[in-house]
Design a protein around this ligand. Structure first.
Ligand code: IMP
Length: 203
């Protein structure tokens, strides 16, 4: 059955990425939903074998919901650079290597853009959210934020590729921005708006 979120609902966040979990917690904070972390429940991280953000989000959410017997929310997201044909895309986490070193991943974006000779530095982040019920029914929501890649990176806030991404209409990178501002314009915030519209019942 499709999940309905209400005040007091216990919801598993099917992610082991601290930066994401923090942002998801901030986005859900006003709605009175009780978050349970996948790490605390000892849930394994399934392999991301999907061919899209949406498929990967769905497989993480369904695995966590089935294993815990609770509704689960997963986020699959990443940076898509136009001149790199949309890479790193669904491989965004993997570009950080086993140590998840995003200093190296950002250098690789810079190096590959440099080598391509591209003048077009436009990019976007995409966030796919999947909300799964313990019986495996899953709802998906996706959105993007567009902007430009800058080098060198700036700022120590946020996570992942935030220091090299300037969203359209702003001068600061996501890494320099107040978290509240990022949380009001990001790909994750926009996908969350869709999720809450479809699945939250505040009666
Ligand atoms: P996954 O969805 O857990 O496979 O990994 C997504 C990866 O994309 C993260 O490890 C980050 O490197 C990157 N990413 C996703 N969302 C953001 C964001 O809001 N800011 C910066 N990097 C992000």
């Amino acid at each position: 059955m499709a999940v309905t979120l209400r005040r007091g609902t216990r919801l598993v966040i099917a992610s082991h990425n601290e930066g994401k979990v923090r942002e998801i917690a901030d986005l859900l904070a006003p709605h009175g939903i009780e978050l349970v972390s996948a790490g605390k429940l000892g849930l394994p991280e399934p392999e991301e074998t999907g061919a899209s953000f949406a498929e990967n989000a769905a497989l993480k959410a369904v695995a966590a919901a089935r294993a815990s017997g609770l509704p689960a929310l997963a986020d699959d997201s990443g940076l898509e650079v136009k001149a790199l044909g949309g890479e790193p895309g669904i491989h965004s986490a993997r570009w950080g290597g086993a140590a998840r070193d995003f200093g190296l991943a950002m250098q690789r974006v810079h190096r590959e853009l440099d080598a391509s000779g591209a003048k077009d530095l436009t990019a976007n982040f995409t966030c796919a959210l999947a909300l799964a019920a313990p019986d495996g029914e899953v709802q998906g929501f996706e959105d993007k934020v567009f902007g430009t890649i800058v080098w060198p990176g700036r700022g120590t806030r946020g996570f992942g590729y935030d220091p090299i991404f300037v969203p359209e209409g702003y001068r600061e990178t996501f890494g320099e921005m107040e978290p509240e501002l990022k949380d009001s314009i990001s790909h994750r915030a926009r996908a969350f708006e869709k999720l809450m519209l479809a699945a939250y019942d505040d009666d």
